[in-house]
Write a protein that binds this ligand. Structure first.
Ligand SMILES: *Cc1c(COP(=O)(O)O)cnc(C)c1O
Length: 377
């Protein structure tokens, strides 16, 4: 028996109030009882996404919501921009190309943030571009892109802006309407503090116009079906009833704390995490660190060993690097149901593991540095 701490960038821990809802008997989804919950949740999502548009939900992981955006907006042969700065940005490219869409890549090296000026330039040179796809918090590297600036640029063109906010929503300031984002996708297992399996998407009027012209074949992912069912508080196919019932509780918790307070809570945790890493002389990876996950370089190629030892010996799960960063960085998440105490536990155990792996550090320094930040607010 070992107590587990989930400090990974998804899935994230679930508050007991939410977990209890996940354990309730299943409701039938074509009932007024479920309809009332669905309506309540759908409206709550508008607050979380900071939009006046409707937010649709369906059974899928976050990638399913990404695919939904691509298949509903585009036709084979369309030209789009993908502004990627990591593994998840690259996923936009793979999905689009998989459907025969022509991708102009405005990507940067992993660890950097996307360049709005570059996007602006490519949009000017290619007036036929239908959409710009990018990522809010790039979980694979730990950076955050300036979506507000990209929104300013894209909104002046005929293209729509599609943002993957799967890991950043709830954890860091994100304003769909104010930042002029046309499509936002998210998933249940990160900031929302739910089990995996529920995906979200919201679309602006400008995006709906593009939906009308889309010729990529689709059935389950046809967003028009969801729009139609929404009017009677239903989904076209069986929704993950359990997750939607639990989401009502999770949205209640988010509203109770307030979105802006939550953003500030994670900002503080991120600051403490960066201070802890600095005290261990682990250099931050990434040009503009986000507030939901902290990525740092680790001594040559022991990243995976650190992750494995932390989990097996202390029950603490963090993440290693993806792709070329495998073994080279570790990613310590502070998203979802994570508090100050979890962060301190994570750092205490990380210190022990580093000592065990022969890294020269002074025990207690990271914990002290994190405490210093947490005490001085
Ligand atoms: C987790 C994540 C995804 C993928 O979500 P799945 O639920 O694993 O499909 C996509 N983008 C970002 C930024 C993520 O953090």
């Amino acid at each position: 028996m070992m107590k587990h701490y989930l400090l990974t960038p998804g899935p994230t821990p679930i508050p007991p109030e939410v977990a209890l809802k996940e354990a309730l008997p299943i409701l039938h989804h074509r009932t007024s009882e479920f309809g009332a919950i669905y309506k309540d949740v759908a409206e709550g999502l508008e607050y979380v996404f900071q939009t006046r548009n409707k937010v649709y939900m369906f059974a899928a992981s976050g990638t399913g919501a990404m695919e939904m955006a691509v298949v509903n907006l585009l036709s084979p042969g369309d030209e789009v921009i993908v502004a990627s700065c990591g593994n998840f940005g690259d996923r936009w490219m793979k999905i689009a190309q998989g459907y025969g869409v022509k991708v102009i890549s405005v990507s940067v090296e992993w660890g950097k943030v996307v360049k709005p000026a570059e996007i602006e330039k490519v949009l000017k040179e290619n007036p036929n571009i239908k959409a710009v796809f990018t990522t809010f918090t790039e979980t694979s590297t730990g950076v955050v892109n300036d979506i507000r600036i990209v929104g300013e640029i894209v909104s002046k063109t005929n293209a729509v802006l599609v943002v993957d906010a799967i890991s950043g929503l709830v954890g860091q300031e994100f304003r769909t309407d104010d930042w002029k984002v046309d499509i936002v996708v998210a998933g249940s297992q990160k900031g929302f503090m739910l089990a995996p399996g529920l995906a979200f998407i919201t679309l602006s009027d400008k995006a709906w116009k593009l939906v009308e012209t889309s010729k990529i074949p689709k059935f389950y992912f046809d967003i028009k079906k969801y729009r139609k069912s929404y009017t009677i508080n239903e989904t076209p196919f069986t929704p993950p009833v359990t997750l939607i019932v639990a989401l009502k509780e999770s949205i209640r918790l988010i509203k109770e704390r307030g979105l802006e307070n939550m953003w500030n809570d994670y900002k503080l945790l991120a600051k403490a995490a960066r201070a802890g890493m600095k005290a261990l002389r682990l250099e931050l990876f990434g040009e503009v660190p986000c507030e939901v996950v902290t990525s740092v370089f680790v001594p040559v190629e022991i990243g995976d060993k650190i992750v494995k030892t932390l989990r097996e010996k202390y029950g603490v799960s963090i993440a290693g690097g993806q792709g070329d960063l495998k073994g080279k960085i570790i990613r310590f998440a502070h998203m979802g149901y994570i508090g100050k105490a979890d962060l301190l536990v994570g750092f205490a155990c990380l210190e022990m593991v580093l000592v065990e792996l022969g890294v020269k550090i002074e025990k207690g320094k990271a914990v002290a540095a994190a405490e210093e930040v947490l005490l001085n607010v």
